[in-house]
Design a protein around this ligand. Sequence first.
Ligand code: NCD
Ligand code: ZN
Length: 346
Amino acid sequence: MEKITLTKPDDLHVHVRDGDYLRAVVPELARRFARAIIMPNLTPPVTTVSQALAYRERIFAALAPGQQFQPLLTLYLTDNTPAEELRKAAASGVIHGVKLYPAGATTNSDAGVTDIGKVYPLLEVLAETRLPLLIHGEVTDREIDIFDREQVFIDRILAPLTERLPELRIVLEHITSEAAATFIGEQHGDIAATITAHHLLFNRNDMLAGGIRPHMYCLPILKLERDRQALLQAATSGNPRFFLGTDSAPHGRTRKECACGCAGIYTGHNALELYAEAFAAQNALPRLEAFASHYGADFYGLPRNRERVTLLREEWQMPEQIAFGADQLIPLRAGGRMAWRLADNG
Ligand code: NCD
Ligand code: ZN
């Protein structure tokens, strides 16, 4: 296949940051995606509907002239979120999910939930209002190995949660393990998972063998080849519980290349092309459209997009770096060859 045309996709999990940084990433996001679930882990986090509405305006202001794009906002759940704010969010029409970060799990998660037991009454409000709970699924206990944190989260927190609140709509975000793919694949309720392009293309050797590559460090961390194979299987299976979420997470180079670098991989300038590469390698390109453009919209109760985008099998070179305020972003595949190119009308 030399060319593939699909319904314009949605990115169901992305970080676009704030201030000047928005302008570096939002136009490229809007070229590839009609809508995106925007993560609320700013500093300070987006915890109220009014903060989310103001953030939405700043995202609109960062679009290139003439671009159409719909940001789907989320609220950051804390131990102290008022139930009333969640009801307001559900009624707002612009808030599409509430994000649960276990406190300390990842970038800007200090204000996250310290103990799921404390927020059960809030989760009951979500179940009642049908607003999805979006979960960063990792435990944070020091004694749990970083490569096991997703699986332990499923066993200790997620499985009991689905039993106790079966009507809660859940997205387990950016799954990275065979355990997560199996768990989600076997569920019956309103539970789904997003999968990133980088977890479909790389394993932990790519990050660590022959030298440490800080721009391939993200959370949940890249795992084993057998985990990658399980994710590929899930993404290309045609099971609507698995859909696209890039988790593109831009950080300036100076915050990545240092003694304690931030977690986050940046794929905002090539995510869709990378997914095409992963699907093509599985001979599954015909399944890309449903994964990228149908299942996520269906889960979130949104109409499927009407615009279309075209990807051409045509080599191009990823830039070595991208301006990011006063700093630079080092994108995934920096300086390397890309096999698929987004056609200009896309
Ligand atoms: C994300 C970020 O930088 O905001 N980092 C990451 O490695 N994915 C946070 C997150 O989604 O975990
Ligand atoms: Zn993320």
